[in-house]
Write a new protein. Structure first.
Length: 460
């Protein structure tokens, strides 16, 4: 029986365990992945999993499928997704699967996949579905072998050989009971930090708060801890450790598009004239910042797989997106997103400063909304955005960008509407240089959205 088609998303495979995402479905995916690896001339696959309750069971089914094609499996156990990416470099196969539900609710799990150094997305993921339907996979006379390896020591050694703090720092970390907790704690202590830990034990029930640092409500405990203990900065990680959240000792959240300012400035000092890639959801204040620091701002569609593709296309030394995926490709790190490593690089920069939180709070900012959503029926979000692109003109705008939805630029702000590639929603973000500018832009954009669909329930 073919798997539920709904689990094949734009950037990964994901569903509710034992409902849409079953062991047999994962086993079938493993058969196709093993076959794809063979076709790409690979002989082994790395497999890791996060701390979710059903992760080991799904990983075992996945590995059964892969070895049935004659491909060997390197089982690296329970690790953050970026450690799985690191393993594909360390073991020189460029191929791996992270069994992870990322920041989804506890009942979810999924697969993030790469073959030959390329992260699978979009049509490549749909091709896996089609091959399963036709049972288009290789069956080996002799199955591959599974061997267990502990790659964490090599990962930690690599980071510690790369990152140097100018002085010890006093920090708090909040892993939300996700898989990054133990690794982050060990790393930051080894860097010389005094670490206050919040929810760093792995618990797939996520009993304290959801492990998604892009949502301000999930950072309240971290903000309170940093303020109460007068710490220098707080770092938060999502469920599988590939995204970073940052709070200052004043209780302010430094969203990833502002984090990118510090990283871009630091990297451009060593790579003058280089491109810096950012996604369509990022603040417009990032663009003049990159230019003033000698870089070339380069916009990308949203989605970690799409940003990675842009990174390969441009050879940029750094890329990031508003969701918290940060990609270092500057010769110090091999280009994949890693929230824990990004945290270490942030501390390296901040440790040179007398008052790190003041530096963070002093980064250029604007008046903006968080990510807003309009829920729609399956498929309606994509059709709505197509109509918005075709039917509405913004004659007073300085620029309209349509690489991913509609991003309308004015001289004093922007408005974005794009179709989510993972859930049936239209994603909105609006920004103004002042409160008055944001209010005007909000009213203008609301009129445009309602012109397309008058019955729309707007979230502002």
């Amino acid at each position: 029986m073919a798997p539920d088609a709904s689990i094949f998303k734009a950037y990964d495979i994901r569903g509710i365990v034992d409902q849409t995402l079953t062991e047999e479905a994962v086993r079938q995916v493993g058969r196709v992945l093993g076959s794809l690896a063979r076709e790409a001339g690979r002989t082994s696959f790395c497999v890791g999993r996060d701390g979710r309750l059903f992760g080991e069971r799904l990983a075992n089914a996945l590995m059964e499928g892969i070895v049935s094609t004659g491909i060997d499996v390197i089982n690296i156990g329970m690790v953050p997704t970026p450690v799985l990416y690191f393993a594909t470099v360390h073991y020189e196969n460029g191929s791996g699967v992270a069994v992870t539900g990322s920041h989804n609710p506890p009942e979810y799990n999924g697969l993030k996949m790469m073959i030959g150094g390329i992260t699978l997305f979009a049509d490549q993921i749909q091709d896996i579905r089609r091959r399963i339907e036709f049972e288009d996979w290789h069956v080996a006379e002799k199955p591959g072998e599974i061997r267990e390896e502990d790659v964490l020591p090599a990962y930690l050694e690599h980071v510690l050989s790369d990152v140097r703090l100018a002085r010890p720092m006093r920090i708090a970390i909040d892993a939300g009971n996700g898989v990054a907790g133990p690794v982050a704690t060990k790393l930051f202590k080894a860097l010389g930090c005094e670490v206050t830990e919040l929810y760093t034990d792995v618990d797939g029930n996520f009993p304290n708060h959801h492990p998604d640092p892009s949502k301000p409500e999930n950072l309240e405990d971290l903000k309170a801890t940093v303020r109460a203990a007068s710490l220098e900065v707080g770092l938060a990680f999502d469920g599988d450790g590939d995204r970073l959240g940052v709070v200052t000792n004043a209780g302010n959240v430094i969203f990833p598009d502002r984090q990118m300012m510090l990283f871009a400035k630091d990297i451009l000092a060593h790579h003058p004239g280089a491109q810096i890639v950012y996604d369509v959801k990022c603040t417009r204040r990032l663009i003049p910042w990159i230019e003033s620091n000698g870089g070339v701002p380069t916009i990308s569609r949203t989605g970690h797989s799409l940003v990675k593709a842009k990174l390969r296309e441009t050879g940029a030394p750094f890329a990031g997106e508003m969701s918290g995926h940060l990609f270092f490709n500057d010769g110090r790190w091999p280009g994949f997103d890693d929230g824990v490593y990004a945290g270490a690089r942030l501390l390296e920069i901040l440790s040179r400063e007398k008052d790190p939180s003041a530096v963070l709070d002093g980064l250029p900012s604007a008046v903006n909304t968080p990510e807003l959503q309009i829920k729609m029926a399956e498929g309606e979000n994509k059709r709505f955005i197509e109509r918005l692109q075709q039917e509405v003109k913004f004659d007073d705008a300085s620029q309209v960008i349509t690489i991913d939805g509609v991003r309308v630029e004015w001289d004093d702000g922007f408005a974005l509407a794009r179709s989510s590639n993972t859930t049936p929603v239209v994603v909105l973000r609006l920004e103004g240089d002042t409160s008055e500018a944001l209010e005007r832009i909000t009213q203008t954009f609301a009129t445009a959205l309602l012109q397309v669909e008058p019955t729309l329930q707007l979230p502002f």
